[in-house]
Structure formats: structure tokens, C-alpha cells
Design a protein around this ligand. Structure first.
Ligand SMILES: [Zn+2]
Ligand SMILES: [Zn+2]
Length: 109
């Protein structure tokens, strides 16, 4: 679902374009532009959102890091996944999930 940048009404797909369903507005965007805009907003999301989206990740069976300490329970082992959350030339971020209590956190390299 996409919404008009101008008035917030629902955008309808019109061939290669998206058009505002509000007849007083009729704001139109090319679909490619819309995709680019969504990509920017994804990059601009807050740290909390990044953690949120990583919650769907299935940590079971992932590699285990034993050089960590859970801030929540002090356990020394956690599953981790590595994700590229920033630009390609930035180091990836490690996401941890405590094997003891399930607490999740992230580490900046
Ligand atoms: Zn509109
Ligand atoms: Zn823990």
C-alpha cells in the first residue's frame, strides 16, 4: 500500500505510475521513484526499527559467539547473525540473541 506524498490519500496503480486516489490532488509519481523513496526511508529508519526487523530472523542454528556477555543475564554465549544495515562501505552489524534468556542486542564494529 502506498500513500500520496501530498495529501496522504491512497495511491492507485496506473500502468507505470502511481496516482493519488484523491481527485482534488491527483498527485502522480513514477513507480521507480516511489521505490527509490521507500529505499531511502528504509535506510533512515531508527535503530529500534532495525532491531524490530531482525526479530523475524530465526537465530536457532546460527553460529554461536562465545566472546560476548548478555547485558540482561550475564550469559557468555549468544547466537548471532551479521547484517549489512548501512552503506556497502560500512562494516556490517552483528545482531546477537542470548542463548540463555533470549535477550537481543546489536554490536557496531
Ligand atoms: Zn494526493
Ligand atoms: Zn541473557
Amino acid at each position: 500500500m502506498q500513500f500520496c506524498d501530498e495529501c496522504g490519500s491512497m495511491m492507485k496503480s496506473m500502468g507505470s505510475k502511481m496516482r493519488c486516489s484523491n481527485d482534488d490532488c491527483q498527485h502522480t509519481v513514477a513507480k521507480d521513484e516511489e521505490k527509490a523513496a521507500q529505499f531511502v526511508s528504509t535506510e533512515a529508519q531508527s535503530d529500534d526499527d532495525v532491531i524490530e526487523s531482525s526479530e523475524d530472523a530465526n537465530f536457532e542454528g546460527k553460529p554461536t559467539a562465545d566472546d560476548v556477555t548478555c547485558e540482561e543475564c550475564g550469559h557468555g554465549k549468544a547466537w548471532y547473525t551479521i547484517k549489512q544495515t548501512g552503506a556497502a562501505d560500512e562494516p556490517p552489524t552483528r545482531f546477537f540473541k542470548c542463548r540463555e534468556c533470549g535477550y537481543r542486542w546489536r554490536e557496531y564494529n
